[in-house]
Design a protein around this ligand. Sequence first.
Ligand code: TTP
Length: 195
Amino acid sequence: MSVSSLVLASGSPRRFELLQLLDRPFTVVRPDVVEQRNATESPTDYVKRLAVDKARAGLALASADALVLGADTIVVADGQVLEKPTSFEHFAGMMQQLSGQTHQAVTAVAAVCQGIERVIVSAAKVTFKPLSSEEIADYWRSGEPHDKAGGYGIQGRAAKFVTHIEGSYFAVVGLPVYETEQLIVALINDIGGRP
Ligand SMILES: Cc1cn([C@H]2C[C@H](O)[C@@H](COP(=O)(O)OP(=O)(O)OP(=O)(O)O)O2)c(=O)[nH]c1=O
């Protein structure tokens, strides 16, 4: 069996740009998936579930034999999951938690095609310098934090806050490029090897 098309189920401009690096033609669908963590769910289980939910929801908007990718990124600090900030107060609280500390940024990518599903997780440890209240307020005013997990973009103005990173830079930005290519190849092999 063959894969007719590659589809990215995401409204994230970062994921769009990073997927282009694979030189595989793809189209985009934007499914609407509710992002709500269950009380018993670990951060890793949560990010994996959301990636799979997004890929499945994307498949419903794509052609039946498409290979659909979904992804989710979270920031984990002190065991707490930080998603997108909903207000300045929410954002400032997150920045105080990240200030002068090391946290984890975790991205899961799921691929679904013809009844087969695979999901990978990639992460990085990111260390921030201590942030002043003025730096936090200035960063909020830049408009960058609003649509980003943990309220920051390592690829943007938050770069000047980052003293150290260990792990996948692209997992922080939202799509681990190497792992995504391996995921696509593995799924295509799964489909090819099917009786
Ligand atoms: C930590 C971090 C996150 N982000 C972004 C990546 C994701 O777009 C976003 C995390 O939110 P997500 O809910 O993972 O993704 P999204 O809502 O932007 O897109 P979609 O669900 O449609 O795929 O935060 C950065 O751009 N830079 C960073 O340094």
